[in-house]
Design a protein around this ligand. Structure first.
Ligand code: GTP
Ligand code: NA
Ligand code: MG
Length: 303
């Protein structure tokens, strides 16, 4: 890729942490929304992706946020979140401290080489101990700046809207401190499906994150073994969009089957090419499966 083709894109930030430590509430505070209220049982079951505009040093900046569930059953989603992200916000409830999925989330982020900003949440609660959270995390190599380390910790209350601007500043400072956030928007899009489902009325619905290029309505695409032509795209507010540039999450309609979360997608020259790539991949997967089951049978023969 030629340097002159690259343009600044927004940072992609994944919000991770233990169940109920306030990830979705924090995103609600950032977006002035109320997703928490609509979640069944108050548990996030899927990945939500949103783009917001934040003012930083007098300039409006876009940031893409990805919400992940903290429940232990969603290990794969946390791993996926860490892989598509530039920065991780690790949410730790100040009354609860470090819990198993806190550790798992930071392990995923560290394994992916992603810088971590710690949001010490629920500081409004009786029994909140933000100093203890800092102390606990030093064991995992996250040493707060005020303790001589280089990890930014921000005390927040998602409930009371406290510390949100400071947190966004910390995120953008991290982004500007040496992360290369550029992509070429002037080519066919590539990216990753961060979640997908089958919708009764609309068919396959995939939430995709554009990583380079621009995705347009009408583009033939292949995502994993799913293929099709982009029939419509929607942003986080359900508004229809005609195109999506790097770091933009959008819902895509028009795939003939449901891709798997984590599948990469790309735009092809025509519908036929998209179908051929999908069919090739499907055949390769079938063969790999067959080879595996044959191996199992022959092993059993000897035991
Ligand atoms: P999962 O997605 O299920 O992992 O949970 P989550 O981390 O997204 O937590 P969620 O945002 O659903 O918040 C869990 C509960 O904590 C909700 O009842 C929130 O209202 C509450 N909560 C979140 N942030 C704060 C806070 O800053 N202070 C207080 N007191 N409560 C909070
Ligand atoms: Na929750
Ligand atoms: Mg949640």
């Amino acid at each position: 890729e030629n340097d002159e083709d690259l343009e600044i894109r927004p940072p992609v930030v994944t919000v991770m942490g233990h169940v109920d430590h306030g990830k979705t509430r924090l995103l609600d505070a950032i977006r002035n929304a109320n997703v928490v209220a609509s979640e069944a049982g108050g548990i996030t079951q899927h990945i939500g992706a949103y783009q917001v505009v934040a003012e930083h040093e007098g300039i409006d900046r876009k940031i893409t946020f990805i919400d992940t569930p903290g429940h232990e059953a969603f290990t794969a989603m946390r791993a996926r979140g860490a892989q598509v992200t530039d920065i991780a916000i690790l949410v730790v409830a100040a009354d609860d401290g470090i819990m198993p999925q806190t550790v798992e989330a930071l392990n995923h982020a560290q394994a992916a080489g992603v810088p971590i900003v710690v949001a010490v949440n629920k500081v409004d609660k009786v029994g909140a101990n933000p100093a203890k959270v800092r102390q606990q995390l030093t064991e995992f190599g996250l040493v707060a700046e005020e303790y001589g380390g280089d990890t930014m910790f921000v005390d927040v209350s998602a409930l009371n809207n406290v510390g949100i601007d400071k947190l966004l500043d910390a995120v953008l400072l991290t982004a500007d401190a040496g992360l290369d956030m550029r992509a070429n928007p002037n080519k066919d899009a590539r990216g990753v499906a961060i979640e997908a489902k089958l919708d009764k009325g609309r068919g396959a619905v995939a939430t995709v994150l554009i990583q380079s290029g621009t995705l347009e309505v009408g583009d033939p695409i292949v995502a994993g073994t799913a293929y099709g032509r982009v029939r419509a795209m929607f942003d986080e507010n359900g508004d229809s969009v005609e195109f999506a540039t790097p770091a933009r999450p959008v819902q895509v309609l028009g795939l003939t089957s449901v891709p798997r979360a984590g599948d990469t997608f790309l735009v092809t020259d025509d519908d036929r090419t998209a179908r051929q790539i999908a069919e090739k991949r499907e055949a390769a997967e079938r063969n790999a499966l067959l080879a595996r089951s044959r191996k199992r049978i022959s092993l059993e023969d000897f035991t």
